[in-house]
Design a protein around this ligand. Structure first.
Ligand code: 0A1
Ligand code: ZN
Length: 849
């Protein structure tokens, strides 16, 4: 406690029940008044009433109508404690009034302003910046809200009760924790819609945006309706209010927020038109709309007991949105995309100084734990549970979960218990996935004798901060066997590994089969398999599991690039193996596009480090560029044919099928650009009718270092569009030749459009730089220094975003002593900054390790 660490072991229930909350807001930019009336029932005689509150000016406080005297309470920087002696023993009402200044709130947490609009963000602990309250997720209450303000649209959670000029009242009947509170007020217009639930209730839908943006909401609205229907059919969950509002806001720290009945979105993940959004933006918008909607049941109706349980709602909800996208689009392609992201970001986190369990047991600043481990690994764990109990078992467990825990604030233990009760299985060992950090390594060896194939697995999980010893995990390993002619002789079977070392036999096989192991990426582990190129090429050509088919090609590419980074030439066998994939018109274009995508430079650095080498960012960059050129040379004819054949005629549609064709076409373009000097890309840029092609062409030209005219033209055309300009900032840095990155970053930071207090714009520039692997890690240290300068500058303005962006430094220990020393100096410099936020100082402390 002394150093501000919050521990799971210290959890205690709140000694009061809040049975009703009534809030009155009198909005004014510099001085908003918030009156709160809380109905409280004491649950522990003699306990003081401790309320969280930060940056609040207390105007008055009264219990049962009687003003409190100065001796009745203690007011500090972090809250208000009313002494037990001043509290009735029976249920009572506490009324407070405070003043806050939304206009001055640049941290974008609590009540703040974005372009004249009032907006809130309360997860995780923003409500305490609005009023004095037990700001913890296990305190759930119905809310009644009255908003007074001279603005046309006044919104809060729940159902509308009444409204008039300058005021509106809302009532949310569903008990909720304060982090789900939301208020929005502004000059907004609605893109309307409606939905009839399975049981026949009419729900009004609205997407609220600033005037001028209403024609960019159609896709999000349709995605919302698909999500609502899917939750009914896949999970039996109906929406539970008369109205569902979504608001798009330009200044937002994260992607979106699931406030009850009033989701608030970063406008980037709502607004889309063919001219301004790419195929991948459309796909993400659909996924995020679904994610926030799905939280209505997994997060809101059933919430978390405390913030250590964050992955209870986030892992499950990510798993649900992934399943939804897999059904709306191409399932295997979605799975591959998810695994690419998991390995690139979560495995990276798990192998560095920020590694933590999906359910951590201590933190200083909870906002630092909205991580890929909590979200994406959390989702993988749910996927493993489903694989272990089967589809029907999973549905039974989820039915039980909703039945047993509706209206409650739960723990990971509650969650595992429903699976145990529904399936009769013991999940004690499985729980290690939740409470231990680190990515298990799974080594497999094969033995063939007397018509029997034996697979022997060995697992080990490396130490992570604070966890030196790791117990064996319960790992579902999906395996199939293929005959040498490509027929499947043993269909996918899930082997359950529970020991450190374990063998599994397949008997009665006439000829030695080829094993396809960890199909569909059945567990988030690093599979170590000594496999020759010929066997990988065989699986790339024949595996009946699409994930492993892609994986075989990916493993070939990775091995080839790792050798090239150490001076070898391109592997002819890999180049050969790509041929049949390119030529196979029966394969989905989106799948073929993924097969043409080489592992990223950061992933290669990760792989080299894992192999005990010191990655050299310049050599990795050169290897990747050389392999792209070699692929283009070897397959020029096939790629040209693809480029021509995959053109999508007619008006743009964001659906998976045309998007897959465009993805394949752009993958071919990126390769062909290495040969044609950018001629095709330049032509495509000139004629493109949609952002996917325009941006794909621009990116290819930037990578060639030959995009001056196009970059300028793009800026001229889109300078008035904030979302498109974010792309402009990002792409120039992410894709430019690495030697130019740090200097260009400095120049772009001087651009009058670099509005650094806007999180999207800040992320575009800094995220672009850190995505340029060799540029960020330039041996001069210029990238590191520039980046650290800006973290220091942003921290006092927006600590949350500064802290999140500091994760760019998490890989520093992979590199040579020179680079390590440079990063360490920057981390020390940040740490030594006076007045550093709790957010960034916790991150820097962990990063320094
Ligand atoms: N619960 C949201 C994510 C979110 C978390 C924190 C925020 O502010 C600090 C905002 C949003 C989700 O999972 O979508
Ligand atoms: Zn979420």
């Amino acid at each position: 406690m002394m150093d501000g660490t919050i521990r799971l072991a210290d959890y205690r229930p709140y000694p009061f029940e809040v049975t009703q909350v009534a809030l009155l807001f009198r909005l004014a930019p510099g001085a908003t008044r918030v009156r709160a009336r809380l109905d409280l029932v004491p649950r522990q005689p003699g306990a003081p009433l401790r309320l969280d509150g930060e940056e609040l000016r207390l105007i008055s406080a009264a219990i049962d109508g009687e003003a409190l005297g100065g001796n009745d309470y203690l007011l500090t920087e972090t809250g208000l404690t009313i002494h037990a002696a001043a509290l009735p023993e029976a249920p009572f009402t506490l009324e407070t009034e405070v003043e806050i200044a939304p206009e001055a709130n640049t941290a974008l947490e609590g009540l703040y302003m974005s372009k004249g609009m009032y907006c809130t963000q309360c997860e995780a602990e923003g409500f305490r910046k609005i009023t004095f309250y037990p700001d913890r997720p296990d305190v759930m209450a119905p809310f009644q809200v009255r908003i007074e303000g001279d603005l046309p649209v006044l919104l809060s959670n729940g159902n509308p009760v009444a409204q008039g000029p300058g005021w509106a009242e809302w009532h949310d009947p569903w008990p909720k924790p304060a982090y789900l509170f939301a208020l929005v007020a502004g000059d907004l217009v609605a893109h309307p819609g409606s939905f009839t639930t399975a049981s026949g209730r009419e729900v009004t839908l609205n997407i609220w945006v600033r005037p001028g943006d209403e024609d960019r909401c159609g896709f999000a609205m349709e995605a919302l309706k698909r999500s609502m229907r899917w939750d009914e059919t896949a999970y039996g969950r109906e929406y539970d209010l008369d109205i569902f509002n979504i608001v798009a806001v330009d200044d937002f720290n994260m992607g979106a927020m699931e406030n009850k009945g009033l989701n608030i979105f970063n406008s980037k993940w709502v607004l889309a038109s063919p001219e301004t959004a790419t195929d991948s933006d459309f796909e993400r918008i659909e996924a995020i709309i679904a994610h926030e909607y799905f939280h209505n049941w997994t997060g809101n109706r059933i919430t978390c007991r405390d913030w250590f349980q964050l992955c209870l709602k986030e892992g499950l909800t990510v798993f649900r949105d992934q399943s939804f996208t897999a059904e709306m689009r191409l399932g295997p392609v979605k799975r591959i995309e998810d695994v690419i992201l998991l390995r690139a970001r979560q495995f990276r986190e798990d192998q560095g100084p920020l590694a933590h369990p999906p359910r951590p047991d201590h933190y200083k600043e909870i906002n630092n734990f909205y991580t890929v481990t909590v979200y994406e690994k959390g989702a993988e764990i749910v996927g493993m549970l489903k694989r272990l109990v089967g589809d029907a078992g999973y549905r039974a467990a989820l039915d039980l979960y909703f039945d047993r825990h509706d209206g409650q604030a739960c723990t990971i233990e509650d969650w595992l218990k429903v699976f145990e009760d529904a399936s009769g299985r013991d999940l004690a060992q499985f729980k290690h996935w939740y409470v231990e950090a680190g990515t298990p390594r799974l080594r497999v060896s094969e033995d063939w004798a007397e018509e029997r194939l034996t697979l022997t697995f060995e697992q080990s999980t490396p130490p992570s901060p604070g966890q030196m010893e790791k117990a064996p995990r319960h790992i579902p390993i999906a395996v199939g066997l293929l005959s040498p002619n490509g027929d499947e002789v043993v269909p996918t079977t899930v082997l359950e590994m529970t020991e450190a070392r374990q063998s599994f036999c397949f008997e009665g096989l006439a000829t030695r089969p080829v094993a396809s192991i960890l199909r569909d990426f059945s567990a988030p582990v690093i599979l170590e398999r000594a496999q020759n190129g010929a066997e990988r090429a065989f699986l790339l050509a024949h595996d009946t599991d699409p994930f492993n088919r892609w994986e075989a090609g990916n493993a070939l590419a990775r091995a080839c690039l790792m050798e090239m980074a150490e001076g070898a030439g391109p592997d002819g066998a890999y180049l050969d193996a790509l041929g049949p994939v390119l030529a196979d018109a029966a394969l989905d274009p989106a799948f073929r596009a993924l097969c043409l995508r080489l592992p990223s430079e950061d992933e290669l650095a990760q792989a080299l480090h894992a192999a005990g080498k010191i990655p050299d960012p310049d050599a990795i960059h050169a290897a990747r560029a050389a392999l792209m050129r070699a692929i283009a040379q070897r397959h020029e004819a096939a790629l040209s044919e693809i480029y021509a054949a995959m053109a999508v005629p007619g008006p743009y549609q964001p659906d998976a099928e045309p998007a897959g064709r465009r993805a394949l076409r752009l993958a071919a373009l990126a390769l062909l650009s290495k040969l044609d000097g950018g001629a095709r890309a330049r032509a495509l840029f000139a004629e493109a009718q949609n952002m996917t092609e325009s941006f794909g062409a621009l990116s290819a030209l930037i990578a060639l270092g030959a995009a001056e005219a196009e970059t300028a033209a793009f800026r001229t055309r889109w300078q008035g569009d904030r979302l498109v300009m974010d792309k402009w900032f990002m792409a120039q840095l992410a894709y430019c030749p690495p030697g130019l990155a740090a200097g260009l970053a400095r120049d772009l930071a001087e651009d009058p459009l670099f509005d650094w207090k806007n999180p999207n714009r800040f992320r575009a520039l800094m995220g672009g730089l850190s995505a340029n692997h060799a540029g960020f890690h330039d041996r001069s240290g210029a990238g590191y220094q520039f980046y650290a300068d800006w973290l220091i500058r942003l921290d006092p303005v927006n600590p949350q975003t500064a802290a999140r962006m500091s994760t760019a430094f998490e890989t520093w220990r992979r590199f040579d002593p020179g680079r390590q020393a440079l990063v360490r100096d920057e981390l020390d410099r940040i740490a030594a900054t006076t007045g550093l936020s709790r957010d960034l100082s916790e991150m820097v402390q962990r990063l320094r390790g």
